[in-house]
Write a protein that binds this ligand. Structure first.
Ligand SMILES: *[C@@H]1O[C@H](CO)[C@@H](O)[C@H](O)[C@H]1NC(C)=O
Ligand SMILES: *[C@@H]1O[C@H](CO)[C@@H](O)[C@H](O)[C@H]1NC(C)=O
Ligand SMILES: *[C@@H]1O[C@H](CO)[C@@H](O)[C@H](O)[C@H]1NC(C)=O
Ligand SMILES: *[C@@H]1O[C@H](CO)[C@@H](O)[C@H](O)[C@H]1NC(C)=O
Ligand SMILES: *[C@@H]1O[C@H](CO)[C@@H](O)[C@H](O)[C@H]1NC(C)=O
Length: 353
């Protein structure tokens, strides 16, 4: 009991000190700030400083009620919010005794043999599940009160092994921003191609636009990189509207953004090229972008973007939280899945503890 209180205090202190570096990191992560739109301005890259990880050790046993409430109510949100800044080690053992007899190891546990079995389920998950974060999430789930009896039994273990629900991704961007194009080429294509079955991806082609309300009750849009960018954004909005297969629409837009496209991409030439690659006709999309429908869609994405209160693009949200980009976005997304999904299985995990 005493031990647990000490751990709780430790975690709280850790949360406070990490919050400072997290804020700093958050501020530094707006790597594309609204600027004057010039090439020099776009090239300015902020330097990232990865904060040193804080080591946390949690000692527990699976049937102890205080452990269960601590793990599910306190530890779980810490893992969710700060996991990437922590090195977490867990020890599912508690007040057990190890007895060696005739070259064999026996255990007695405070709450009996079923608790020993539960502790072993946790230990095996830590050993078998490839990513440490996923193993921790799995074990937290087994400790939940909603689970059978005291949790951490076969029923609880099975319950978590279900089809993963789709993970929600929101991506805010503008078509001529160099960092958006770079993200699309280096990461987004692979994410769409490999993970689309597991993700619900919503994209918002709008970005840093100044919307002026004119006296005749119409709007004028001033895009950060000029009128060509507004048109490019509209091409994207129209593709999302007209291409009924959403994954294909995402890939079409990704193709228009690709760094290999001439000029700044996302123009008529890119639209024609990408459409013909995919066996589509780009005329409908271009007509839409030039007309009333394009403006209507653009206005819609503007309103969604302003609701999200984002600062700068590219701006990515995963399951409702702002995502702070690292070098391996795909790996970070894979981390969200408690049971590794097949496209993630062969990704090397750098953080197995
Ligand atoms: C735009 O910003 C960059 C760097 O921030 C600066 O070097 C450049 O002179 C600015 N251009 C204009 C037209 O203000
Ligand atoms: C996404 O968030 C919801 C609610 O916060 C949570 O129930 C769900 O498990 C999360 N999904 C993933 C894959 O993390
Ligand atoms: C509204 O005013 C703007 C600027 O004066 C003008 O360009 C535009 O054509 C007008 N739109 C309508 C529908 O009258
Ligand atoms: C939708 O498009 C994707 C990517 O081009 C393709 O893999 C998938 O088979 C398409 N789905 C349907 C139902 O046509
Ligand atoms: C992962 O790697 C193994 C062995 O290298 C291979 O058999 C398997 O097909 C790969 N799985 C995926 C999803 O690529």
């Amino acid at each position: 009991m005493k031990l647990i209180i000490i751990i709780v205090t430790f975690v709280c202190v850790t949360v406070k000190c990490n919050a400072i570096s997290l804020d700093y990191y958050y501020a530094a992560s707006d790597f594309y700030r609204p600027g004057n739109g010039s090439e020099e301005d776009s090239k300015q890259v902020l330097t990232f400083v990865e904060p040193a990880k804080v080591r946390i050790s949690v000692f527990y046993e699976v049937f102890c009620p205080h452990c269960r409430s601590f793990v599910t109510e306190t530890f779980s949100p810490v893992l969710e919010k700060l996991g990437r800044y922590l090195d977490i080690y867990t020890y599912p053992y508690g007040n057990a005794n190890t007895v060696k007899k005739n070259n064999k190891i026996y255990f007695t546990c405070q709450h009996g043999p079923t608790e020993c079995y539960g502790n072993k389920l946790h230990a095996c998950a830590l050993d078998i599940v490839k990513s440490n974060t996923n193993a921790l999430k799995y074990n937290i789930c087994m400790m939940k009160y909603s689970n059978s009896n005291q949790g951490s039994d076969d029923n609880a273990a099975d319950k978590e092994i279900e089809k993963p629900t789709k993970l929600n991704i929101k991506y805010y961007y503008e078509t001529h921003c160099p960092y958006c194009r770079n993200f699309e080429t280096d990461h987004f294509r692979e994410i769409i191609e490999k993970l689309h079955h597991y993700l619900d991806i919503q994209t918002y082609p709008y970005g840093n636009v100044n919307r002026l309300h004119l006296p005749n009750n119409t709007f004028e849009y001033v895009c950060q990189h000029g009128p060509d960018e507004c048109y490019g954004n509209k091409l994207h909005a129209c593709a999302l509207d007209l291409i009924k297969n959403h994954t294909a629409a995402l890939l079409f837009n990704n193709c228009m953004m690709d760094e290999s496209q001439e000029n700044k991409g996302s123009d008529d030439k890119a639209a024609d090229k990408c459409a013909s690659n995919m066996g589509y006709d780009s005329n409908g999309i271009k007509e839409c972008a030039l007309g009333e429908k394009g403006s209507e869609l653009f206005n819609y994405y503007g309103e969604e973007t302003s609701k999200a209160k984002i600062r700068g693009v590219p701006n990515i949200w995963i399951n409702g939280s702002k995502y702070i980009r690292s070098d391996d976005v795909m790996e970070d997304i894979c981390e969200y899945f408690v049971n590794p999904i097949p496209p993630c299985e062969n990704k090397s995990s750098t953080e197995n503890a």
